[in-house]
Design a protein around this ligand. Structure first.
Ligand SMILES: N=CN[C@@H](CCC(=O)O)C(=O)O
Ligand SMILES: [Mn+2]
Ligand SMILES: [Mn+2]
Length: 318
């Protein structure tokens, strides 16, 4: 891959407490992850491919608070010390870089994702702003031709802006446009959207595109049956799931380090319950975590929350 759009992860990024003297079951993620020096997915069949997208140009163009470009290494550092348990076969394929032009960077991400997905590697991308989802999603569509793809977005925002400028507010509009051009179904479920943070114009776009929405105010355990029914109906109708997690879906009390924090938000416990149900269908092939901004993180607390969320996806992901 062109070196001005890609760099390997530095070896010292993955570190943690060494409990090896307690035996082989005392391993942590930093001890099981393989750090690739080159992007060669065919050397890592059956692995989960980890990748960073060091880009917040979309956040800047969306008038947001930049800083998410530096999230991937900070999240790796928070993840490294977490217990490995049964997690194994993860390869870190380094970072796709933003270089002058957002669309070109997204195309590089898409191409890398396509190569991994073609070889049946699952992909886990650390953003970056939510512009990550256009590159990640495009690669998935380009790899799985003829299959029905469902996008599930945990997010306070629909990200369906009708703007001529590509940004962190447009990824699902761009993917819908791609589907239209290819004459394929656009299946999109947004969980945790806030009515107060999405204008009528966005709702109209969502309606036209037949987008399914479960509002933040509906995301409570006393309504779990209602949420699960909609989730299962959505999943039943598709072959492959791409789960994109905008960390601003969490309440700002635990996730303030994002461009647009959510005053209401959805509790981590509900999101993890839903994520487990999605994993249990064996249709989940791709996940990303976006919008984390380390510049806004006091004492690294939000990085810990994000890392726990990522860990929970990795654990027993089949
Ligand atoms: N990635 C999306 N971000 C939100 C930002 C909203 C805000 O700045 O308040 C959006 O475009 O809707
Ligand atoms: Mn978003
Ligand atoms: Mn959001």
């Amino acid at each position: 891959m062109a070196h001005h759009f890609w760099k390997a992860t530095e070896k010292n990024i993955w570190s943690g407490r060494n409990d090896r003297e307690e035996g082989p079951s005392a391993l942590r993620l930093f001890q099981i992850i393989k750090v690739a020096k080159n992007f060669l997915p065919n050397h890592y069949l059956h692995h989960i491919a980890f990748m960073g997208f060091m880009c917040d140009e979309g956040v800047r163009l969306n008038k947001g608070r930049v800083g998410a470009a530096n999230a991937p290494d900070i999240l790796r550092k928070s993840l490294g010390n977490l217990a490995a348990h049964t997690i194994h076969q993860i390869v870190d394929f380094g970072n796709i870089l933003f270089n002058q032009d957002l669309n070109t960077s997204q195309q590089y991400l898409a191409q890398s994702i396509k190569e991994c997905q073609n070889l049946e590697l699952k992909t886990l991308v650390l953003g970056g702003g939510h512009e990550t989802a256009y590159g990640h999603g495009l690669g998935i569509y380009q790899s799985h031709i003829g299959k029905k793809i469902g996008i599930i977005n945990f997010d306070a925002h629909l990200d369906l802006r009708n703007s001529s400028t590509t940004s962190s507010g447009t990824p699902f509009k761009q993917l819908a446009h791609f589907c239209q051009q290819q004459d394929i179904e656009f299946n999109y479920l947004c969980i945790g959207a806030s009515l107060a943070s999405n204008t009528q114009s966005l709702l109209e776009t969502a309606h036209k595109l037949n987008v399914h929405i479960i509002w933040d105010t509906e995301c409570h355990f006393n309504r779990l049956d209602f949420i699960q029914k909609q989730l299962h109906d959505f999943i039943k109708a598709v072959d492959i799931i791409y789960l994109t997690i905008d960390l601003d879906v969490l309440p700002l009390s635990i996730m303030s380090a994002v461009s647009a924090p959510a005053a209401y938000g959805v509790d981590l416990s509900i999101l993890l319950t839903l994520a487990e149900e999605i994993k249990a269908t064996n249709k989940l092939k791709a996940v990303d975590f976006v919008e984390f901004n380390p510049d806004l993180d006091k004492d690294g607390l939000c990085a810990r929350v994000a890392a726990r969320f990522i860990w929970q996806i990795l654990f027993n992901w089949k």
